[in-house]
Design a protein around this ligand. Structure first.
Ligand code: FBP
Length: 337
């Protein structure tokens, strides 16, 4: 297969998009550079002082991992200088990160989870960077949150970098989903998975069943559906759970399956599950939808949710479309009964 780089692929696709200007390519170029720097650090994590905690607690109430902090710093440093952004939002920062005055600004808004799966970093398990890109609303300056919060269906691009056996980039600009693998010998992401399509019915379910006691009855019925034989497959789905959303999502995208992080009814603080709408659920739901899959909060399409807060959380059911539809069906039946 001819070696196609991300930028070449983008330029090829750009011709199809009247809105495309060089600015988006510039944004993606900076994002790719940041991911290469993070990938280098992740790959040698055990050899340099980036394992463990910084001692700080982040806006999510979680202990900050050194590598998470490093990834966040690298991304903000690179993206501030991209010259095409009006603002940045990170899972690690309580508020918007505005572009310093010394740098040129633009009309793109970037949201990211700098290192997803942080609880797995020290154990050398796959982690990733998730990103989501919007354009500021017409006539808005882009430095106020209200200007920037938009439904997932308004994303102009989204995707993730997966730091695993190899480092991959998977993204969509609304024209299908494409995967690239980093070739360290040339330092380039090369096209390895063109036009990814996910099976309509999966064969894997990914959920942390340790929360069984904290789920409501319809949620338990859903998990029973996937782990039993009384389902569309007529046999149990395979149970796989890495505990890194980006890694679980990627495997299920390729093989077919569903990732579930239901609402937790134990702790009133987490009525809506754990995962963040803007930096996790929306970007991955855009990728899923573009690959023929879907993302839902159990009731509605994640891409239709109007965000109210920067760090808003949602229950997440994402992957093969027939499996996500089954989740919504079981919750709908429970609401009617
Ligand atoms: P962060 O690591 O970005 O905070 O993401 C949350 C996450 O680690 C997901 O990657 C993963 O799917 C989930 O939390 C695991 O949660 P739990 O340990 O409750 O199963």
């Amino acid at each position: 297969m001819p070696q196609v780089t991300v930028i070449e692929h983008l330029l090829l696709h750009q011709k199809e998009s009247p809105m495309a200007t060089g600015r988006f390519t510039r944004l993606l170029n900076e994002l790719i550079l940041a991911a290469k720097i993070i990938s280098r650090e992740v790959n040698k994590a055990g050899l340099v002082d980036v394992l463990g905690f910084t001692g700080e607690i982040n806006v999510q109430g979680e202990q900050v991992q050194k590598l998470d902090d490093y990834a966040n710093m690298v991304l903000i440093h690179r993206m501030e200088r991209a010259g095409v952004l009006c603002a940045i939002a990170s899972e690690e920062n309580a508020d918007l990160v505005l572009i310093p005055d010394q740098f040129p600004k633009g009309d793109y808004f970037l949201i990211f989870d700098p290192l997803d799966g942080s609880s797995n970093i020290d154990a050398n398990v796959n982690v990733g960077t998730i990103f989501s890109i919007y354009r500021t609303k017409e006539g808005c300056t882009g430095d106020k949150l209200c200007d920037l919060l938009q439904r997932g269906s308004e994303q102009v691009a989204a995707g993730y970098f997966l730091y695993g056996t190899s480092t991959m980039m998977v993204y969509t600009t609304g024209r299908g989903v494409h995967g690239f693998t980093l070739d360290p010998s040339v330092g380039e992401f090369l096209l390895s998975h063109p036009n990814i399509k996910t099976p309509e019915t999966g064969r894997i379910y990914s959920v942390n069943e340790a929360y069984w006691d904290y789920w409501d009855e319809p949620t338990r019925e859903i998990v029973r559906y996937f782990k039993g034989s009384d389902n569309r497959r007529g046999q149990p789905y395979g149970g796989r759970y890495i505990g890194s959303l980006v890694a679980d999502f990627h495997r299920n995208l390729l093989y077919g399956g569903i990732f579930l992080y239901p609402a937790d009814h134990r702790d009133p603080k987490k009525p809506k599950g754990k995962l963040r709408l803007l930096c996790e659920a929306s970007p991955l739901s855009f990728v899923a939808a573009q690959a023929g899959g879907a993302g839902s909060d159990g009731v509605r399409d994640i891409l239709s949710i109007e965000p109210e807060e920067l760090h808003q959380r949602v229950p997440l059911f994402i992957g093969s479309k027939n499996d996500v539809a089954m989740v919504e069906e079981i919750y709908a039946k429970a609401r009617q009964s």
